[in-house]
Write a protein that binds this ligand. Structure first.
Ligand code: 6PG
Length: 277
Protein backbone atom coordinates (compact mmCIF):
# COMPACT_ATOMS: atom_id res chain seq x y z
CA UNK A 1 0.00 0.00 0.00
CA UNK A 2 1.41 3.39 -0.83
CA UNK A 3 0.03 6.87 -1.20
CA UNK A 4 -1.76 9.32 0.99
CA UNK A 5 -4.54 8.67 3.44
CA UNK A 6 -7.30 11.12 4.16
CA UNK A 7 -6.17 14.05 6.28
CA UNK A 8 -7.73 15.13 9.56
CA UNK A 9 -9.84 17.60 7.66
CA UNK A 10 -10.80 14.97 5.13
CA UNK A 11 -8.30 16.45 2.72
CA UNK A 12 -5.02 15.01 1.46
CA UNK A 13 -3.27 16.22 4.60
CA UNK A 14 -1.31 13.10 5.25
CA UNK A 15 2.26 12.01 4.66
CA UNK A 16 3.13 9.47 2.03
CA UNK A 17 2.98 6.00 3.58
CA UNK A 18 5.02 3.23 2.00
CA UNK A 19 4.43 -0.28 3.29
CA UNK A 20 7.09 -2.80 2.32
CA UNK A 21 7.19 -6.54 2.96
CA UNK A 22 10.10 -6.62 5.41
CA UNK A 23 12.83 -4.60 7.15
CA UNK A 24 15.33 -5.15 4.32
CA UNK A 25 13.00 -3.59 1.76
CA UNK A 26 12.24 -0.76 4.18
CA UNK A 27 15.96 0.00 4.42
CA UNK A 28 16.43 -0.16 0.67
CA UNK A 29 13.46 2.15 0.12
CA UNK A 30 14.58 4.59 2.79
CA UNK A 31 18.07 4.69 1.29
CA UNK A 32 16.69 5.34 -2.18
CA UNK A 33 14.46 8.15 -0.88
CA UNK A 34 17.45 9.63 0.93
CA UNK A 35 19.44 9.58 -2.30
CA UNK A 36 16.62 11.31 -4.15
CA UNK A 37 16.67 14.09 -1.55
CA UNK A 38 20.45 14.32 -1.76
CA UNK A 39 20.39 14.52 -5.56
CA UNK A 40 17.72 17.22 -5.47
CA UNK A 41 19.62 19.28 -2.90
CA UNK A 42 22.93 19.04 -4.77
CA UNK A 43 21.17 19.98 -7.99
CA UNK A 44 19.52 22.92 -6.26
CA UNK A 45 22.33 24.37 -4.13
CA UNK A 46 25.43 22.27 -4.56
CA UNK A 47 25.34 20.30 -1.31
CA UNK A 48 23.10 18.12 0.81
CA UNK A 49 22.86 18.42 4.59
CA UNK A 50 21.24 15.32 6.03
CA UNK A 51 20.46 14.47 9.65
CA UNK A 52 20.54 10.82 10.57
CA UNK A 53 19.35 8.88 13.57
CA UNK A 54 20.31 6.14 16.00
CA UNK A 55 18.83 2.90 17.26
CA UNK A 56 18.24 -0.13 15.04
CA UNK A 57 16.97 1.81 12.04
CA UNK A 58 19.99 3.29 10.27
CA UNK A 59 22.54 0.48 9.87
CA UNK A 60 20.74 -1.35 7.07
CA UNK A 61 20.09 2.01 5.40
CA UNK A 62 23.81 2.85 5.55
CA UNK A 63 24.62 -0.55 4.01
CA UNK A 64 22.18 0.12 1.17
CA UNK A 65 23.78 3.52 0.53
CA UNK A 66 27.22 1.93 0.30
CA UNK A 67 26.03 -0.80 -2.06
CA UNK A 68 25.31 -0.49 -5.75
CA UNK A 69 23.39 1.09 -7.40
CA UNK A 70 23.00 3.83 -4.78
CA UNK A 71 26.73 4.07 -4.06
CA UNK A 72 27.34 5.38 -7.55
CA UNK A 73 24.39 7.75 -7.50
CA UNK A 74 25.41 9.63 -4.35
CA UNK A 75 27.63 12.72 -4.91
CA UNK A 76 29.49 11.83 -1.71
CA UNK A 77 31.80 14.84 -1.64
CA UNK A 78 28.73 17.13 -1.53
CA UNK A 79 27.00 15.26 1.29
CA UNK A 80 27.22 16.46 4.89
CA UNK A 81 25.92 14.18 7.62
CA UNK A 82 24.57 15.57 10.88
CA UNK A 83 22.78 13.84 13.75
CA UNK A 84 19.23 14.33 14.93
CA UNK A 85 20.29 13.31 18.39
CA UNK A 86 23.07 11.64 20.29
CA UNK A 87 23.70 9.86 23.54
CA UNK A 88 26.15 11.80 25.73
CA UNK A 89 28.92 9.22 25.42
CA UNK A 90 32.23 9.25 23.54
CA UNK A 91 32.04 8.67 19.79
CA UNK A 92 33.98 5.40 20.30
CA UNK A 93 31.21 4.08 22.56
CA UNK A 94 28.90 1.60 20.74
CA UNK A 95 25.98 3.42 22.37
CA UNK A 96 26.80 6.51 20.32
CA UNK A 97 24.72 7.17 17.21
CA UNK A 98 27.93 8.42 15.59
CA UNK A 99 29.50 5.03 16.36
CA UNK A 100 26.77 3.38 14.24
CA UNK A 101 27.66 5.59 11.30
CA UNK A 102 31.40 5.10 11.80
CA UNK A 103 30.91 1.32 11.92
CA UNK A 104 29.33 1.47 8.48
CA UNK A 105 31.33 4.21 6.75
CA UNK A 106 34.68 4.03 8.57
CA UNK A 107 35.05 0.49 9.92
CA UNK A 108 38.26 0.19 11.91
CA UNK A 109 38.79 3.88 11.24
CA UNK A 110 39.28 3.31 7.50
CA UNK A 111 36.84 4.72 4.90
CA UNK A 112 34.53 2.01 3.55
CA UNK A 113 33.32 4.31 0.87
CA UNK A 114 33.68 7.79 -0.62
CA UNK A 115 32.08 9.80 2.21
CA UNK A 116 34.78 12.22 3.42
CA UNK A 117 35.34 12.04 7.17
CA UNK A 118 35.29 15.84 7.31
CA UNK A 119 31.71 15.74 6.04
CA UNK A 120 30.47 13.94 9.15
CA UNK A 121 29.38 16.34 11.88
CA UNK A 122 28.65 14.53 15.12
CA UNK A 123 27.48 16.25 18.26
CA UNK A 124 30.78 17.41 19.87
CA UNK A 125 30.48 15.06 22.82
CA UNK A 126 34.18 14.20 22.95
CA UNK A 127 35.27 17.84 22.86
CA UNK A 128 32.69 18.72 25.51
CA UNK A 129 33.80 15.87 27.76
CA UNK A 130 37.46 16.86 27.28
CA UNK A 131 36.58 20.37 28.44
CA UNK A 132 34.71 19.01 31.45
CA UNK A 133 31.42 20.18 29.95
CA UNK A 134 27.95 18.73 30.27
CA UNK A 135 25.22 17.90 27.71
CA UNK A 136 23.87 21.46 27.70
CA UNK A 137 27.27 22.75 26.58
CA UNK A 138 27.45 20.08 23.90
CA UNK A 139 24.03 21.10 22.60
CA UNK A 140 25.05 24.75 22.60
CA UNK A 141 28.19 23.99 20.61
CA UNK A 142 26.24 21.95 18.06
CA UNK A 143 23.66 24.68 17.62
CA UNK A 144 26.52 27.10 16.90
CA UNK A 145 27.89 24.74 14.25
CA UNK A 146 24.45 24.45 12.68
CA UNK A 147 24.04 28.21 12.59
CA UNK A 148 27.21 28.49 10.56
CA UNK A 149 26.46 25.62 8.19
CA UNK A 150 22.74 25.64 7.48
CA UNK A 151 20.30 28.04 5.85
CA UNK A 152 17.19 29.06 7.78
CA UNK A 153 13.57 29.09 6.71
CA UNK A 154 11.17 32.01 7.10
CA UNK A 155 10.50 30.90 10.68
CA UNK A 156 14.21 31.01 11.45
CA UNK A 157 14.55 27.23 11.68
CA UNK A 158 17.61 25.38 10.36
CA UNK A 159 16.83 23.66 7.06
CA UNK A 160 18.21 20.17 6.57
CA UNK A 161 17.76 18.78 3.07
CA UNK A 162 16.63 15.52 4.63
CA UNK A 163 16.05 14.16 8.10
CA UNK A 164 15.88 10.44 8.83
CA UNK A 165 14.10 9.51 12.05
CA UNK A 166 13.33 6.24 13.75
CA UNK A 167 10.23 5.90 15.90
CA UNK A 168 10.54 4.77 19.49
CA UNK A 169 7.98 2.35 20.93
CA UNK A 170 6.94 5.12 23.33
CA UNK A 171 6.31 7.49 20.43
CA UNK A 172 9.55 9.42 20.65
CA UNK A 173 11.65 10.51 17.71
CA UNK A 174 15.05 12.18 17.82
CA UNK A 175 15.52 12.18 21.58
CA UNK A 176 12.26 14.02 22.10
CA UNK A 177 10.36 11.83 24.52
CA UNK A 178 6.73 12.19 25.58
CA UNK A 179 6.40 15.31 27.74
CA UNK A 180 9.81 16.56 26.68
CA UNK A 181 10.91 20.02 27.78
CA UNK A 182 12.40 20.37 24.28
CA UNK A 183 8.97 21.54 23.14
CA UNK A 184 9.38 24.67 25.26
CA UNK A 185 12.87 25.57 24.07
CA UNK A 186 13.90 27.79 21.16
CA UNK A 187 17.50 26.57 21.03
CA UNK A 188 18.21 24.47 17.97
CA UNK A 189 19.76 21.74 20.09
CA UNK A 190 19.05 20.89 23.72
CA UNK A 191 20.14 18.53 26.47
CA UNK A 192 17.79 15.74 27.58
CA UNK A 193 18.06 13.87 30.89
CA UNK A 194 18.61 10.13 30.66
CA UNK A 195 15.25 8.51 29.91
CA UNK A 196 14.16 5.97 32.52
CA UNK A 197 11.33 4.40 30.52
CA UNK A 198 13.34 3.45 27.43
CA UNK A 199 16.95 2.48 26.97
CA UNK A 200 19.66 3.25 26.76
CA UNK A 201 19.35 5.14 30.00
CA UNK A 202 21.92 7.73 29.01
CA UNK A 203 21.83 11.52 28.98
CA UNK A 204 21.08 12.77 25.47
CA UNK A 205 21.43 15.79 23.25
CA UNK A 206 18.83 16.33 20.57
CA UNK A 207 17.79 18.71 17.86
CA UNK A 208 14.78 20.81 18.69
CA UNK A 209 11.70 19.15 17.18
CA UNK A 210 10.97 22.34 15.23
CA UNK A 211 13.55 21.21 12.67
CA UNK A 212 11.18 18.45 11.58
CA UNK A 213 8.81 20.96 10.02
CA UNK A 214 11.54 22.81 8.14
CA UNK A 215 12.95 19.97 6.06
CA UNK A 216 11.58 19.16 2.61
CA UNK A 217 12.34 15.46 3.12
CA UNK A 218 11.34 13.97 6.46
CA UNK A 219 11.72 10.19 6.38
CA UNK A 220 10.20 8.25 9.28
CA UNK A 221 11.20 4.59 9.28
CA UNK A 222 9.71 1.89 11.49
CA UNK A 223 9.72 -1.86 11.14
CA UNK A 224 8.77 -4.83 13.27
CA UNK A 225 5.70 -5.89 15.23
CA UNK A 226 6.82 -3.93 18.28
CA UNK A 227 6.22 -0.66 16.42
CA UNK A 228 2.70 -1.51 15.27
CA UNK A 229 0.96 -0.05 18.35
CA UNK A 230 2.76 3.29 18.23
CA UNK A 231 2.36 3.58 14.44
CA UNK A 232 -1.34 2.84 14.83
CA UNK A 233 -1.59 5.50 17.55
CA UNK A 234 0.26 8.11 15.47
CA UNK A 235 -2.20 7.58 12.62
CA UNK A 236 -5.20 7.37 14.94
CA UNK A 237 -7.06 10.24 16.54
CA UNK A 238 -4.22 11.38 18.81
CA UNK A 239 -3.15 14.94 18.05
CA UNK A 240 -1.10 15.91 21.11
CA UNK A 241 2.46 15.95 19.86
CA UNK A 242 3.80 16.59 23.36
CA UNK A 243 2.37 13.27 24.45
CA UNK A 244 3.21 11.58 21.15
CA UNK A 245 6.20 13.34 19.53
CA UNK A 246 6.19 10.95 16.53
CA UNK A 247 2.90 12.63 15.56
CA UNK A 248 5.10 15.51 14.36
CA UNK A 249 6.14 13.32 11.42
CA UNK A 250 2.50 12.81 10.40
CA UNK A 251 2.52 15.74 8.06
CA UNK A 252 2.16 16.37 4.34
CA UNK A 253 5.56 16.12 2.68
CA UNK A 254 6.84 13.51 5.11
CA UNK A 255 7.28 9.88 4.10
CA UNK A 256 6.67 6.96 6.42
CA UNK A 257 8.45 3.80 5.46
CA UNK A 258 7.00 0.78 7.25
CA UNK A 259 7.18 -2.93 6.93
CA UNK A 260 3.95 -4.93 6.97
CA UNK A 261 4.37 -5.76 10.65
CA UNK A 262 4.77 -2.15 11.77
CA UNK A 263 1.88 -1.11 9.52
CA UNK A 264 -0.44 -3.86 10.74
CA UNK A 265 -2.41 -1.55 13.03
CA UNK A 266 -2.83 1.42 10.73
CA UNK A 267 -6.46 2.59 10.95
CA UNK A 268 -8.76 1.78 8.03
CA UNK A 269 -9.20 5.53 7.50
CA UNK A 270 -5.54 5.62 6.51
CA UNK A 271 -5.29 2.37 4.57
CA UNK A 272 -8.57 2.98 2.78
CA UNK A 273 -9.68 -0.38 4.04
CA UNK A 274 -6.85 -2.11 2.20
CA UNK A 275 -4.82 -4.47 4.33
CA UNK A 276 -1.49 -3.02 5.23
CA UNK A 277 0.03 -6.49 5.27
C1 6PG B 1 18.22 7.04 19.55
C2 6PG B 1 17.50 7.35 18.28
C3 6PG B 1 16.03 7.16 18.52
C4 6PG B 1 15.63 5.99 17.65
C5 6PG B 1 14.31 5.45 18.10
C6 6PG B 1 13.96 4.18 17.33
O1 6PG B 1 19.12 7.78 19.94
O2 6PG B 1 17.90 5.98 20.11
O3 6PG B 1 17.79 8.51 17.71
O4 6PG B 1 15.23 8.27 18.22
O5 6PG B 1 15.56 6.38 16.30
O6 6PG B 1 14.41 5.14 19.48
O7 6PG B 1 14.96 3.27 17.67
P1 6PG B 1 14.80 1.76 17.20
O8 6PG B 1 14.72 1.82 15.72
O9 6PG B 1 16.02 1.09 17.73
O10 6PG B 1 13.52 1.26 17.83
Amino acid sequence: MTGRGRGDDGGPGEPEILVLPDPASCAATAAERLVRAIEAAVEDHGRADVATTGGSTPSAIYAALLAQPLRTRVPWGRVHVWFGDERFVPRADPNANAWLLDAAFFPGGRPAGPLPGANVHPFPVDATLAAGGRPAECARRYASQLRVALPRDAAGRPVFDAILVGIGPDGHLLSVFPGSAAFDRVAWAVAVPAPVHVGPHLPRVTLNPVVLDATPALLAVAFGEAKAPVVGEVFGSARDVRRLPARLARRPGATWILDAAAASRLPAAITGGRSAR
